[in-house]
Design a protein around this ligand. Structure first.
Ligand code: MN
Length: 181
């Protein structure tokens, strides 16, 4: 088990690993998929967004780490700042590494499997680093074929006009966020 291997079984309160998916209405709409590990959020920009359909292989471009505080961010990044535009939380929850072990080590190996417990994203997923020239930061996020899989999944945009009107203009806590082309 993950906690046992980390020697964390002695902790009274096991650390819950968080995930969040930000819907980011930058110059191109994309979804920022973030997994907590090592005290930060590892982050990927997914142009088409995550899918519950195992047939969908979603290109996920690794972007810079974000602070855990940023996980709760919703707002409108003002013009002139990188990633200017509305950001809302599309999904969030917790996750566990599917095969135990240290998520950072597995990610470093180029393939990481995990179980998501979100409102929209549930069950097994894997994220796999693409090899080859020019693919340095390219990964694929794929839903595992399990009971939660949904072959007819269609992503629904979370930002409604009503929601947009409630968002405040905010400068993000972390610096920068690479939007995909
Ligand atoms: Mn983004």
């Amino acid at each position: 088990m993950y906690y046992a291997e980390k020697g964390w079984r002695m902790r009274k309160d096991p650390v819950e690993l968080r995930f969040v998916v930000h819907e980011h209405h930058a110059s191109h709409l994309h979804y920022d998929f973030r997994l907590e590990m090592g005290g930060i959020f590892k982050s990927w920009a997914i142009p088409k967004g995550p899918s519950m359909n195992p047939a969908d292989k979603r290109l996920a471009i690794m972007v810079e780490d974000h602070t855990l505080e940023y996980g709760g961010f919703e707002g409108i990044i003002p013009a002139g700042y990188y990633g200017a535009g509305a950001v809302v939380i599309w999904d969030e929850g917790s996750y566990i590494p599917a095969e135990g072990g240290d998520p950072e080590v597995q990610l470093e190996s180029g393939r990481f499997s995990f179980e998501l417990k979100g409102n929209k994203l549930k069950g097994g997923f894997s994220i796999t680093h693409l090899k080859g020239r020019g693919k340095g930061n390219q990964w694929l996020l794929i839903k595992r074929r399990d009971e939660q899989a949904n072959p007819t999944f269609k992503l629904e945009v979370a930002l409604t006009e009503e929601k947009r009107e409630k968002l405040e203009v905010k400068i993000p806590l972390s610096n920068g966020d690479s939007a995909p082309p």
